[in-house]
Design a protein around this ligand. Structure first.
Ligand SMILES: Nc1ncnc2c1ncn2[C@@H]1O[C@H](COP(=O)(O)OP(=O)(O)O)[C@@H](O)[C@H]1O
Ligand SMILES: [Mg+2]
Length: 217
């Protein structure tokens, strides 16, 4: 489902990722682990096609980084959800609108939007917070909203870049449990984290990266 063929992304001065070769299968849960600066976020951005490889190619579903034009990127992003350490919610929109926005740009009908947004919020345990604004919620709740915003598109894969980095350990485990549940319902999850403690007791495949290179898969 996701294929990296000899992928390098060079930023200059030795920074970047080099000669990556790995696949991620449909429905899989994969952790990308390694120290800060290793290249984890760059790998997720390559999947999201926020960065283009300087060498090699990334294939996600039917999208090929070496063929994809700029106007094709929104179509890729309908298939790929992304969540971040700092949630990246819109502060001037309530929870409902934050989640609905992704579907509005896809021109889904209003009635269907309502059904899917409420379903997504319920599935992250926040059906009762639809009218709240992000800054009225705890960090854990904000991250749940961002998960709802990602899964409302019914993506084939959810990318999570240090999703627990701003959360205390108990809340971090709750978010991990939520990602696990989403994965069990069939969505692939690719989570980047430098927090080895968080994932060391999970059964998931790990891709270990150091200084831009895969050192263990
Ligand atoms: N846009 C960029 N311009 C220049 N250097 C970058 C850019 N993005 C990342 N890098 C460099 O690439 C390396 C990997 O970064 P990143 O993927 O963010 O690592 P991680 O997420 O594992 O902390 C780092 O050395 C970082 O400074
Ligand atoms: Mg990072």
């Amino acid at each position: 489902m996701i294929y990296f063929y000899n992928v390098s992304k060079e930023f200059g001065r030795g920074a970047g990722v080099y000669d990556l070769n790995f696949n991620i299968h449909k429905g899989e849960f994969v952790c990308i682990v390694g120290p800060s600066g290793a290249g984890k976020s760059t790998i997720l951005k390559l999947i999201y096609m926020d960065e283009k490889p300087t060498d090699g190619k990334v294939v996600v579903d039917n999208f090929d980084s070496s063929m994809l034009q700029k106007d094709g990127i929104p179509y890729l992003r309908r298939r790929v959800g992304m969540i971040f350490q700092d949630f990246q919610l819109l502060r001037d929109r309530n929870v409902y609108d934050n989640v609905a926005l992704a579907l509005r740009v896809m021109r889904v009908r209003r009635k269907k939007i309502k059904k899917r947004v409420l379903q997504a919020l319920n599935s992250v345990g926040l059906g009762h917070r639809a009218q709240y604004y992000p800054q009225e919620l705890s960090g854990g709740e904000q991250q749940r909203v961002s998960v709802a915003r990602a899964i409302v598109k019914e993506p084939i894969v959810l990318l999570a870049d240090e999703p627990t980095g701003n959360l205390d350990p108990q809340v971090a485990r709750e978010i991990l449990a939520l990602l696990r549940r989403i994965n069990e319902q069939g969505t692939a999850v690719v989570m980047a984290t430098h927090n080895y403690n968080l994932i060391k007791n999970t059964p998931y495949r790990r891709i270990r990266i150091e200084e831009g290179r895969v050192v263990d898969t």
